[in-house]
Ligand binder design. Structure first.
Ligand code: NAD
Length: 170
């Protein structure tokens, strides 16, 4: 059983990690698709695809399952997105997602979709973590230590603050 988990991972946090640990119990191999791979350096998508690959691969070092991490650029036509995803990934048997559009598109294509429980969604949320970073609050306990290191390495907090200051200008 090879499973697919798709997300933007802006940034990858402990909620994503808990989901992947659960998927690992139900799968032989996992494909992790990094959505919106072409976007970075914005307040909602601060990190590049490569930075997100670094976060996830270091955080999952001890997962105990073979996994692939593959960046997926968005396309403008939702109706053919599943074919686009399939063209970029190893074959997969099942998809895990709670994103309503992702669930809808894979279900229409006849692919099994499993929803996952939400872990501490108020805090384990990319939006909440990015807001904490911009406000100077302590976000570090909400991501795996390996992710914290990557964010520090690339100056992620400073980048996000600089970008958000730009947004507030006329
Ligand atoms: P995300 O990083 O917000 O979330 C990834 C998954 O983790 C989701 O299923 C979400 O429910 C889950 N999750 C988040 N916090 C959690 C928590 N605390 N506990 C448990 N689970 C949690 O990413 P997303 O927005 O779902 O990513 C979908 C990607 O697919 C986007 O990049 C989107 O652009 C892409 N997409 C593209 C097209 C297109 O190009 N036409 C169409 C559909 C989707």
């Amino acid at each position: 059983m090879r499973s697919l988990y798709i997300g933007r991972f802006q940034p990858y946090h402990l909620g994503h990690q808990a989901v992947l640990e659960r998927i690992a119990l139900e799968s032989d191999e996992i494909v992790i698709g990094i959505g919106s791979a072409q976007v970075s350096h914005t307040t909602t998508n601060p990190f590049t695809a490569g930075e997100r690959v670094a976060m996830i691969s270091s955080a999952l070092r001890n997962l105990g399952r073979w996994f692939y991490i593959i960046p997926l650029p968005d396309i403008e036509r939702n109706a053919v997105w599943v074919a686009h995803v399939r063209s970029m990934l190893p074959p997969f048997d099942r998809v895990y997602s709670n994103n309503p559009l992702v669930v809808q598109l894979f279900s229409e294509a006849g692919i099994e979709v499993r929803k996952t429980p939400l872990y501490n969604r108020d805090l384990y949320s990319g939006t909440a973590i990015r807001e904490m970073m911009m406000a100077g609050d302590d976000w570090r306990a909400l991501v795996p230590p390996a992710v914290e290191s990557v964010i520090d390495e690339v100056g992620g907090v400073k980048r996000l603050r600089n970008i958000s200051e730009g947004d507030s200008q006329p």
